[in-house]
Design a protein around this ligand. Structure first.
Ligand code: B12
Length: 213
C-alpha cells in the first residue's frame, strides 16, 4: 500500500471508530517520511471533523462519536512523542481549558498538544472550567496566555466571563479563543486578543501574541 492509500485508510478507520489498525497505520506513515504534525493536521483532525458532520446529519450518535474519539486518541498516543522532538522555538506559559458547562475536550487537547510541541509550557485545566479558575491559574502561574475553548453556542458565552474577569483583575496574560461556534468577529466583540480556527492557527496566534507586550 502506498502512502496516499495508508493516509486514506487511517482517516477511514478513525471515522469508523475502529482503533485496532490505527497504531500500525500511523507508524507506517511516519516510517514513510510523513511528519507527525502533518499526520494530525492532514488526516486525524479532518477525520474528526467528518465525524462531526455525520453526527450533525443524524448518521452518527454519541456511541459512534466516542468510538471515533478513541481511535483518534490511539493515533495521538503514537504521535505525541514525535511532536515532543520537534524544534522548539516558542516559550511562555499557557493556561488552557474548556468553558464552563462544556465537556468537549478533543479540539482543546489537540491545541494543547500542538502548543506544547511548539515549546510552550502548558497548564491544562481540562473541561467545564469556570472563568474564575482560568484567572486564578493565570495569576498563580504568572501565565503569558490563556486559551479558552468552547464547542457549544450555550457555553461560548463563558469566554466573555473569562475576558471580563481577567481585565477586572488586571491579568497580564493575553486571551485567545477557539472552537466550533467561535469566530474572529465574536472574539473581537468580547474583547479577546485573538481567535484561531484550528490547532495550526492556534500555534501561529500564540507565537504572535507572545511578541505583543
Ligand atoms: C465529539 C463530540 C462530542 C463528544 C465529546 C467527546 C470529547 N471528549 O470531547 C460527546 C459525545 C461527549 C459530545 C457530547 C455532547 N455534544 Co457534542 N459534539 C461532538 C462533535 C461531533 C465533534 C467535536 C470534535 O471533537 N471535533 C474535532 C476537533 C478536532 O475539532 P474542534 O473541537 O472544533 O477543535 C478545533 C478547532 O475548533 C480549534 N480549537 C478548539 N479549541 C480551541 C481553543 C483555542 C484557544 C484555539 C485558538 C483554537 C481551538 O482547534 C481545534 C483543533 O483543530 C461536534 C460536532 C462538530 N462538528 O463539531 C458535536 C457538538 C459540538 N456537540 C453538540 C451537543 C449538543 C452535544 C451534547 C449536548 C449532546 C447531548 N444531547 O447530550 C453533549 C454536550 C455535553 C456538554 N455539556 O458539553 C453540538 C453543539 C451545538 C451547540 N449548541 O452549539 C455539536 C455542534 C453537534 C451538533 N451539531 O448538534 N459531543
Amino acid at each position: 500500500m502506498n502512502k496516499g492509500a495508508k493516509a486514506s485508510q487511517l482517516k477511514t478507520e478513525i471515522i469508523k471508530g475502529k482503533r485496532k489498525l490505527v497504531p500500525d497505520l500511523v507508524n507506517e506513515l511516519l516510517k514513510s517520511g510523513m511528519e507527525a504534525y502533518d499526520v494530525i493536521i492532514q488526516i486525524c483532525a479532518p477525520a474528526m471533523s467528518e465525524v462531526g458532520t455525520l453526527y450533525q446529519e443524524g448518521e452518527y450518535f454519541v456511541p459512534e462519536i466516542l468510538m471515533s474519539a478513541k481511535a483518534f486518541e490511539a493515533a495521538m498516543e503514537i504521535l505525541r512523542p514525535y511532536l515532543a522532538k520537534m524544534d522548539k522555538k516558542a516559550g511562555g506559559t499557557v493556561i488552557i481549558g474548556v468553558c464552563a458547562g462544556d465537556i468537549h475536550t478533543i479540539g482543546k487537547n489537540l491545541v494543547a498538544t500542538m502548543l506544547e510541541a511548539a515549546g510552550f509550557n502548558i497548564i491544562d485545566l481540562g473541561k467545564d472550567v469556570p472563568a474564575i479558575e482560568f484567572v486564578k491559574a493565570a495569576k498563580d502561574n504568572d501565565a503569558d496566555l490563556i486559551g479558552v475553548s468552547a464547542l457549544m453556542t450555550t457555553s461560548m458565552i463563558g469566554m466573555k466571563d473569562v475576558v471580563d474577569l481577567a481585565k477586572a483583575e488586571g491579568i497580564k496574560a493575553k486571551i485567545m479563543v477557539g472552537g466550533g461556534p467561535v469566530s474572529e468577529e465574536y472574539a473581537k466583540r468580547i474583547g479577546a486578543d485573538g481567535y484561531g480556527q484550528d490547532a495550526k492557527e492556534a500555534v501561529d496566534l500564540a507565537v504572535r501574541l507572545m511578541g505583543v507586550q
